[in-house]
Design a protein around this ligand. Structure first.
Ligand SMILES: Nc1ncnc2c1ncn2[C@@H]1O[C@H](COP(=O)(O)OP(=O)(O)O)[C@@H](O)[C@H]1O
Ligand SMILES: [Mg+2]
Length: 274
């Protein structure tokens, strides 16, 4: 292993001798942890095992793509990670909190605090402005009006929609609507942004713009899990997990959790805007 020693001091600055990535990575705490999670729908003859023993840690600042064919268990996994459903067996922890000990109401509070959702179908409220849509999760959390407005405007600025805060969803393109949904997902500063096929209803150009927003959010420190079957989406992630028949069948680390996401590392992509 080559370390920048004193003999480098007179010549090149030490920064030109980067340490191996692993040495630059501090210990990161898991934002979510699944331990041998089994999910069974139905009972007896009709029982379907959608997850068959999934163990997985996702650490802070990571950017994970979960890929798999239709029926492989992706949505089931998303529902558990998003505290929308609970495992039949095994454990699920979020920020170290064991969700198995919580009742439904406590789970709902945890979901509101810790998870920012982005769905394929945007799920915006129709006759409300972009700003009001983004403020909504803050209203649920009891944040005062002026503070809500300030934070919602900042979130819309982050996704490139500062000019369209008054527009209703129907006045926006699909790509813009999805970026409003991303602003709504991040406005509460959740521990995790969880996206299920976020580009599923977008054209190529809008998909590219959306993934660019995700890259920049991750570069700014947000932890992201995106469920997708599109390789073009997965190539943005730092870690790519394959799911098949309710099992994790592959797990590929592309770049360390603390590094820039892979497509921001390429100089051809231009300057990094965190
Ligand atoms: N509510 C449900 N009741 C019964 N079976 C279900 C239910 N949800 C999903 N399944 C079954 O569980 C398996 C995994 O489904 P799902 O998690 O939706 O996969 P994916 O999102 O990868 O398409 C499939 O066989 C599906 O039919
Ligand atoms: Mg699905």
């Amino acid at each position: 292993m080559i370390r920048p020693g004193p003999h480098h001091a007179a010549g090149a600055p030490p920064e030109t001798q980067p340490l191996p990535a692993a040495e630059l990575e501090p210990e990161r705490k898991p934002v979510i942890r699944l331990v041998s999670v089994v999910k069974t729908y139905g009972t007896g003859e009709a029982a379907v095992q959608a997850l068959r023993g999934v163990s997985l840690d996702v650490v802070e600042r990571d950017y994970v793509a979960i890929m798999g064919a239709s029926g492989s268990g992706k949505s089931t996994l998303m529902n558990i990670i998003g505290c929308l459903d609970v495992p039949s067996e095994g454990e699920f922890l979020i920020d170290g909190i064991d969700t198995g000990t919580l009742d439904e109401q406590q789970l709902a509070v945890l979901r509101n605090r810790k998870i920012g959702f982005v769905f394929q179908a945007f799920n915006l409220i129709p006759r409300m402005s972009a700003l009001a849509n983004v403020e909504l999760p803050l209203s649920y959390a009891g944040v005062k009006a002026a503070e809500r407005r300030r934070r919602a405007e900042a979130a819309l600025l982050l996704v490139g929609l500062a000019e369209r805060t008054d527009a209703q969803p129907k006045q926006l393109s699909g790509g813009q609507q999805q970026r409003v949904a991303v602003a709504r997902a991040l406005v509460t500063s959740p521990s995790l942004i969880l996206a299920d096929e976020p580009t599923g209803n977008l054209d190529t150009r809008a998909s590219h713009d959306l993934m660019d927003v995700f890259d920049r959010l991750n570069a700014a420190g947000r932890t992201i899990v995106v469920i997708t079957h599109e390789a073009d989406v997965a190539k943005h992630a730092k870690r790519i997990i394959g799911v098949q028949d309710g099992h994790i069948v592959s797990d590929r680390r592309v770049t360390p959790p603390g590094a820039l996401p892979p497509l921001l590392r390429r100089p051809v992509d231009g300057p990094v805007r965190p």
